[in-house]
Design a protein around this ligand. Structure first.
Ligand SMILES: [Zn+2]
Length: 534
């Protein structure tokens, strides 16, 4: 399916030269009426999304034919709309390689406390993660104990330090720690106590230890499980010893955080990765070149994910429908992104260039965006040439199906890396003919959904790039076969798309990239308005 927006196309195609102005006004009024104050045409978006979320594409599962059809269709719309190809060797596609890895490293942790030195090998008193990053050695002598868990802490306050806490870490806490620049996390784990943990040496273990699209040679923050012997040693020069902490936890008493005394830790990260499986998928990438000779080598990035959950191969109870159409997740963002790319390609070019990325594999673990951030296409060069990333994932519904939410968009992450970007969001929205109600509650660090870590923008944020994530909220059809196009509010997509367009346009025309001040989340539940920049 390739025909799109026949109304506007035929007006353009048959515009007689002598009556150009009249026809221009005519088509302009058609556009304005059709899209209700948005550069995005509701009719076109309905056409695109009806196909992308149709049963024909079988739920757009990553590594499926359905996803390939979706990629091809998006590329057709880009070509038709005059958007330049930004993928591999002149195509709209960037191949994403996803590797299954067997990991058998020989990493060690050397602990020095008051002249006493002991080296713990992986599997003998400590357990390093399987995906431990590239080889490197580093020594840290600032180690902080954070009690049961670091939930009330700001990760960047511990930048460059090693932190220790008692509860087993959840993945998003570790992502926050890594993003905040923490050097390593140590948590106690009885499984690290003996040598019985040499699981991977067992013959015939052929399952990959982890699957990733990230580069294996880049450094990662190790989260290390530590046996009781090492824990005792760590606290041995501090005022509070580890056995005292354990006695307090047995009595369920509260614990204070403190800096450990006289500890020096040397991490020797020595991985040995063996590729066991290789799978390919693809991002779709379009570029609109900027108009300024200097600034056009820098980019504003716009993203959505065009993959979804695919279809259920087994029998489903109580329904014959097995296809996860993903009209909202993230057909809505993918569709808006097509409209945005075409609008920029056909309108006045901003100073900076713009890159539009339809990421694959988001639902399986941000594969496409992780790959893109680690391996930006040739046109982009260094990932830091991207000055801001604007991610739209699920923008076509109302949270919990509430009609009162129709004018609301949730913005997540805008203030975390760049205060200036947050303020641009607020100003851009105020300038719209119909401003949206921007709700920041999902940016609140206490928000239990941890939305900030759950979509593609995080792959960019973890490289230090200022991001905003736009989202219209979860609803009962989320990740169900009932997330279908008939339930989509296209006027809402057009309004949110217009906000994204306006923010992108402003940043792309700014002489200076949004300042990265890394002040963390400040605008949360009940928050609104601009922040002071100093
Ligand atoms: Zn999803």
């Amino acid at each position: 399916m390739t025909a799109h927006n026949p109304t506007i196309k035929s007006v353009r195609g048959h515009r007689p030269r002598l009556h150009g102005i009249l026809f221009f006004l005519f088509s302009f009024s058609l556009l304005a009426q059709n899209s209700r104050d948005s550069v995005l045409s509701i009719d076109s978006m309905r056409t695109w999304l009806t196909y992308l979320s149709s049963d024909d594409l079988e739920g757009r599962g990553t590594f499926s034919e359905g996803l390939g059809l979706a990629a091809s269709d998006i590329a057709d719309q880009l070509k038709d709309g005059g958007v330049t190809a930004g993928g591999d060797h002149g195509s709209y596609f960037q191949r994403v390689t996803v590797l299954g890895i067997h990991s058998s490293g020989r990493s060690t942790l050397m602990v020095e406390v008051k002249g006493q030195t002991r080296t713990f090998r992986d599997g003998e008193g400590v357990l390093f993660p399987k995906f431990v990053g590239g080889p490197r050695t580093f020594t840290i002598d600032q180690v902080d104990f954070l009690g049961y868990n670091p939930d009330s802490e700001k990760a960047s306050d511990y930048k460059g330090k090693v932190v220790v806490w008692l509860e087993s870490p959840d993945p998003t806490t570790l992502l926050a720690a890594e993003e905040g620049g923490i050097a390593a996390v140590l948590t106690p784990d009885y499984r690290a106590s003996g040598s019985s943990t040499a699981i991977d040496s067992a013959a015939g273990n052929q399952a990959p230890d982890f699957v990733t699209s990230q580069r294996l040679d880049l450094p990662r923050m190790p989260s290390i499980s530590v046996g009781p012997e090492l824990m005792d040693l760590l606290f041995s020069a501090s005022d509070t010893r580890y056995d005292e902490i354990r006695a307090r936890t047995d009595r369920k008493e509260s614990l204070k955080k403190f800096a450990l005394k006289g500890v020096k830790l040397t991490f020797n990260v020595d991985p040995n990765y063996r590729v066991m499986t290789t799978q390919f998928t693809r991002n779709v990438v379009g570029i609109v070149e900027g108009s300024d000779p200097q600034l056009k080598s820098t980019y504003v990035a716009f993203g959505a994910h065009y993959d979804h959950l695919g279809y259920a191969p087994g029998s489903l109870y109580g329904t014959s429908d097995r296809i996860y159409n993903g009209a909202d997740d993230d057909g809505s963002g993918s569709t808006a992104l097509i409209g945005l790319a075409r609008a920029f390609a056909q309108g006045t070019k901003p100073k900076r260039s713009l890159v539009f990325v339809w990421h694959a594999g988001e639902e399986l673990g941000l594969y496409g965006s992780r790959y893109f951030a680690d391996n930006p296409p040739q046109a982009i060069g260094d990932i830091n040439n991207i000055v801001t990333q604007l991610n739209i994932d699920m923008i076509g519904r109302n949270k919990d199906n509430k009609a009162s939410e129709s004018g609301t968009v949730y913005a997540v992450g805008a203030d975390r890396i760049s205060t200036e970007l947050h303020n641009t969001l607020v100003d851009a929205n105020a300038s719209l003919p119909r401003p949206l109600a921007i709700n920041f509650e999902m940016n609140d660090p206490s928000d239990s959904e941890r939305i900030y870590y759950r979509s593609d923008h995080f792959s960019y944020a973890s490289k230090g790039i200022p991001i905003i994530f736009f989202f219209s909220g979860l609803h009962p059809d989320y990740h169900q076969v009932t997330d279908t196009v008939d339930k989509i509010d296209f006027d809402k997509i057009a309004r949110i798309g217009q906000l994204v367009y306006e923010i992108g346009r402003r940043i792309a025309n700014q002489d200076r990239a949004p300042l990265r001040d890394f002040k963390g989340p400040r605008v949360g539940r009940g928050g609104s308005g601009k922040l002071l920049t100093n």
